[in-house]
Design a protein around this ligand. Structure first.
Ligand SMILES: Nc1ncnc2c1ncn2[C@@H]1O[C@H](COP(=O)(O)OP(=O)(O)OP(=O)(O)O)[C@@H](O)[C@H]1O
Length: 293
């Protein structure tokens, strides 16, 4: 039996003549957190919309739980969706909105429980039109996790959320995953994906630039050591160039060894390395490398 919850094969999405998604193939395995990342306009939302059954593919095959995404009766009860923009009726209350999604998706849950998880208990009787932007986002999340679906799709879930709400959202996602749910995430907060994703599909101009674990995506790029030298300092080791303001940036595939050499040199020469920073490549660096081409 396939362990794939989502199977995308040679997907194309077009808007008129424009190819927003261009021959994209990937699978999301049961129980994993898969992050679909990419630059603005890369085609992430278009891809998710096909998976969600909201948009037809121009060509290619998409299966969710082995079914076509537009087989709503089979798929929707098992899939919770947090869209980028909510479409709730402004004259329903928070509780009514959550229950409505329960009815539409045929999932069962206790609205009070879900609002508690989403931090909205105090707004249970409030009209949607009277919610703040962050509260609407929490309501979107509440409806996505209503009934503890096997698959949860989160399209930029933490945009507009304060730090406490973000922490609460990720704690709720962690609990869902402990219960076996599969999660697909898009986000522009790369550190969120870096910390949580089992695998990442990195989209650029409608297709994958790379796919893999965080380690697989970052290990092909060098680590960085950065510092600023005081005026009059001797020439530093590691073949590092010094900018006019004394700033030095060293790329290295031997972070520990080069850091050891640098600190030994600074100690012996009595040089104060200001604003010293050293670390492995982050996803931000991978993105910058893609944009540089
Ligand atoms: N309804 C539409 N009509 C025409 N073009 C569209 C439509 N929706 C999206 N596009 C275009 O398709 C491309 C992919 O858009 P999409 O929303 O899938 O990207 P994204 O990766 O989710 O971007 P972002 O990170 O900015 O949300 C963009 O160039 C966008 O302008």
């Amino acid at each position: 039996m396939s362990t794939a919850v989502i199977e995308v094969e040679n997907l194309h999405v077009r808007y008129g003549d424009f190819h927003a998604v261009d021959d994209l193939s990937f699978q999301v395995r049961r129980g994993e957190l898969y992050a679909l990342l990419g630059t603005n306009g890369a085609g992430k939302t278009s891809t998710l919309e096909v998976i969600e059954g909201h948009r037809p593919a121009a060509s290619g095959t998409v299966r969710v739980f082995g079914r076509r995404p537009d087989d709503r009766g089979a798929v929707r009860p098992r899939m919770g969706i947090m869209l980028q923009e909510s479409g709730f009726s402004p004259d329903l209350t928070v509780t009514e909105s959550v229950r409505l999604i329960g009815t539409l998706t045929r999932r069962q849950d206790d609205a009070g429980r879900v609002l508690g998880v989403a931090g909205l208990t105090h707004k249970a009787g409030t009209l949607v039109s009277q919610l703040s932007g962050g509260e609407k986002r929490r309501l979107d999340f509440a409806t996505a996790i209503y009934g503890g679906p096997e698959l949860v799709i989160l399209d930029e879930p933490t945009t507009g959320l304060d730090i406490q709400s973000r922490d609460a959202l990720w704690a709720a996602v962690d609990r869902l995953r402990e219960e076996g749910s599969t999660v697909v995430l898009t986000t522009h907060y790369l550190e969120e994906a870096q910390q949580r994703a089992d695998r990442i599909g990195l989209m650029h101009q409608g297709t994958f630039h790379r796919e893999g674990t965080v380690v697989e995506l970052t290990q092909t790029l060098p680590s960085l050591i950065g510092f600023t030298l005081p005026p009059g300092a001797p020439e530093p080791p590691l073949g590092a160039g010094v900018a006019a303001d004394g700033a030095v940036l060293v790329e290295t595939f031997d972070l520990q060894g080069d850091l050891h050499r640098l600190l030994g040199w600074a100690h012996d020469a009595g040089v104060d390395l200001r604003e010293l920073k050293a670390g492995p490549t982050s996803l931000d660096d991978v993105f910058r490398a893609i944009e540089r081409g």
